[in-house]
Design a protein around this ligand. Structure first.
Ligand code: ADP
Ligand code: ZN
Ligand code: ZN
Length: 664
């Protein structure tokens, strides 16, 4: 009798045994269908053995092997094991990340067919400049060895051209390249650029927005080695790639590389691990690297490569003007200087991007009579006013209700929307500049499939004068006629209690500023703020990442925060506040006593409410664990988490987040 040890995507620490009926060809790594209780699940056979500890009469047979799916390679099995142990997540859930979606019947689709090719400008292939050539040569020289690079290049410096040059050399020698990007929206244009630049290279695209059939076909072309380049979002880091020769993580600082539920892995960090075990170079690219990566490069563990100038017609970065937010002539928050600058762009038929990182009409609704504010009944959060379509919505739990006609508290009919979101700004510019073509780009406006691609194409063709958008427009896009970027409402981020808030605000602003002046005409940036001298705006005006990074790093050092310490967050939530409190109190007591025995260097802090203490009716609190090195942190988690399972947690949902990005 052959027994398959099957790891299933359920919260269990150990695999489940099934006997293998005659004629089923199972090998380690095979995806198999089995029954668990009443459920039918897909799991991965991680081992084949001769006997089981389960009594034979209780053993169930394997139902089937998923037809035509190549087994996970030994390397990807090892990668999943690493992710499972590093993020303290069940192996079956980590293995599930490496499988394509198997929910729908199989359809054949060839690479790229399902990723609509944009009618974007054609991508000119330029000869590399000196800085680009030096960077590409350094990467090429590292082939066949684990070498981590930080490619820090200002916006528009041509990082992509460096990636593709290095990729071309790897492919020419028979290797495969894994190229990770932070946003689904960036994949079609990048795939197109790869095709133009690398001629006949075959590209597989992997992201969660692909239909299941296409995703599976692309996954297979990576796994069989027929794809030369695998281009995708964070889940692509698990693609089977038999000839992997180079990994590139574009915009490596981007928070979307961290999965925020289930297995809370960070795709950049997993990619670095993978490059090390495969013995291949990895390039982390950014204009504003994460402080962790920056620190690794400045302390010599990563090799630093720099692109200091823009590659196109205007080597200088756009000048940044900081202007007062309060302004007697402002219309709905658009001040006089910004209005004048937009008017100039309209006259010259150039484009303006107005960036406000809030969707909806206004972030809150206030009663002018009694001071009542519309709040979500299930969250500790204000309801956001929407006009398109009208209503109040909670951006945390999705709750929606009609706009009230009068204050439910005092009956007053004078209700004021406070603050400004994309919809309000869109209306304001439409009123100010009635002749202008205004396009709003945010999650609400792009919900329909293909909507974003359509807008991007229209903007690129010049069928838009003013773009109003959230961070969806900040990343990666290349609009040659865009010469003015206006930033509104950025001050809000300065009030955040998150330890990465300043770092991420700077990254976002530098990125959005970087959209200006990428074509033939020079660009300009106008930031409306109450705090023009704040270090983050000063650094933006000087485009001085390094200065800001070093001051943030010394702050991190004095507070023992990453990269000078390692963190894990134990999060818990429950319907009753007292249940969360009791669970975390017990957890802390247990954690402190275990730390005393196994990891004295670890600090287990007292429970505190999450940044959003109540969401969708659940009370949320958390415990921070801080350690000077990784080893004691993991030693503590290894002892602590299994012990937590033994606590009475019927009413409490808890999870651990290693290297948390935020305390939200
Ligand atoms: P980044 O990713 O660093 O922001 P991109 O790779 O998108 O920059 O390049 C920015 C622009 O500069 C693109 O339009 C690209 O075609 C152009 N470009 C890149 N390299 C060169 C070069 N060597 N000479 C001229 N233009 C270039
Ligand atoms: Zn009132
Ligand atoms: Zn809510």
């Amino acid at each position: 009798l052959t027994i398959a040890r099957v790891s299933l995507p359920v919260p269990a620490a150990t695999p489940f045994d099934y006997w293998v009926p005659d004629g089923l060809a199972v090998e380690p790594g095979s995806a198999v269908r089995v029954r668990l209780g009443r459920r039918r699940l897909v799991g991965v056979a991680i081992d084949l053995v001769g006997e089981s500890e389960v009594p034979p009469e209780q053993l169930m047979p394997l139902d089937e092997v998923v037809v035509g799916l190549p087994p996970l390679s030994a390397e990807v099995l090892e990668l999943a094991r690493f992710v499972s142990s590093y993020y303290h997540a069940p192996l079956g859930q980590c293995l599930a990340l490496a499988l394509p979606s198997l929910t729908r019947p199989r359809r054949r689709a060839s690479p790229l067919q399902n990723d609509a090719a944009p009618s974007a400008p054609s991508h000119a292939v330029h000869a590399l400049n000196d800085e680009q050539r030096a960077a590409a040569a350094a990467i090429a020289a590292a082939r066949g060895r684990f070498t981590p690079f930080l490619l820090r290049g200002v916006t528009g410096s041509g990082k992509t051209a460096v990636y593709l040059d290095a990729a071309a050399r790897v492919i020419a020698e028979g290797g495969q390249v894994l190229l990770l990007v932070p946003e689904i929206n960036l994949t079609p244009q990048l795939a197109e650029r790869v095709r133009v630049t690398l001629g006949n290279a075959s590209v597989a695209v992997l992201h969660s927005g692909l239909p299941a059939g296409a995703r599976r076909a692309h996954w297979e072309s990576a796994a069989t080695g027929s794809a030369d380049i695998v281009l995708g979002t964070r889940l692509a880091v698990f693609a089977i790639m038999p000839r992997l020769g180079l990994i590139v993580v574009d915009e490596e600082h981007d928070a979307s590389y961290k999965q925020q539920e289930g297995v809370r892995y960070h795709a950049r960090d997993v990619a670095v691990f993978r490059a090390r075990t495969r013995g291949v170079p990895i390039v982390l690219g950014s204009a504003t690297p994460s402080l962790e990566t920056h620190w690794s490069a400045s302390s010599g563990r990563y090799m630093a490569l720099a692109l200091t100038r823009r590659a196109g017609a205007h080597p200088a970065l756009p000048p940044v003007r900081r202007v007062a937010r309060r302004d007697g002539n402002a219309v709905e928050g658009v001040g006089a200087e910004l209005q004048a600058a937009i008017r100039e762009r309209l006259a010259r038929r150039e484009q303006t991007l107005l960036f406000v990182n809030r969707r909806g009409f206004a972030p809150s609704l206030l009663c002018a009579g009694c001071g009542w504010k519309a709040e979500c009944a299930r969250c500790d959060a204000r309801l956001v006013v929407h006009r398109d379509p009208p209503g109040l919505r909670c951006h945390h739990c999705g709750h929606a209700q009609a706009l009230p006609r009068a204050c439910p508290h005092c009956g007053n009919q004078d209700l004021l929307p406070l603050g400004s979101g994309t919809q309000r700004l869109e209306r304001a510019v439409a009123t100010l500049f009635p002749q202008a073509r205004v396009v709003r780009v945010d999650r609400d406006a792009t919900r329909r499939k293909g909507a974003f691609d359509g807008m991007r194409d229209a903007i690129t063709r010049g069928d838009a004068d003013i773009l109003v958008g959230t961070q969806m427009l900040a990343k990666g896009h290349d609009f040659p006629r865009l010469t003015l970027v206006g930033v509104l409402g950025a001050d809000n981020a300065l009030y955040s209690g998150e330890f990465r808030a300043t770092e991420s605000l700077f990254a976002l602003l530098e990125q959005v500023a970087g959209r200006a002046g990428r074509g033939d005409e020079p660009g300009e940036v106008i930031v409306q703020t109450d705090f023009p001298d704040h270090p983050v705006y000063a650094a933006l005006a000087a485009h001085d990442y390094a200065a800001l990074a070093s001051s943030l790093l010394s702050e991190r050092k004095s507070l023992s925060l990453p990269p000078f310490a390692h963190l894990a967050l134990l999060r818990a939530e429950a319907r009753r506040e007292a249940a969360v409190q009791a669970f975390l109190d017990n957890a802390v007591r247990l954690g402190r006593s275990l730390a005393g025995e196994t990891a004295p260097a670890c600090e287990v802090y007292a429970p505190v409410p999450a940044t959003l203490p109540r969401r969708a009716g659940l009370w949320r609190s958390q415990v921070l664990v801080q350690a000077p090195r990784r080893a004691p942190l993991h030693a503590l988690l290894d002892a602590w988490l299994p012990a937590l399972t033994a606590l009475d947690t019927a009413s409490v949902r808890w999870s651990v987040d290693v290297d948390p990005q935020s305390f939200a």
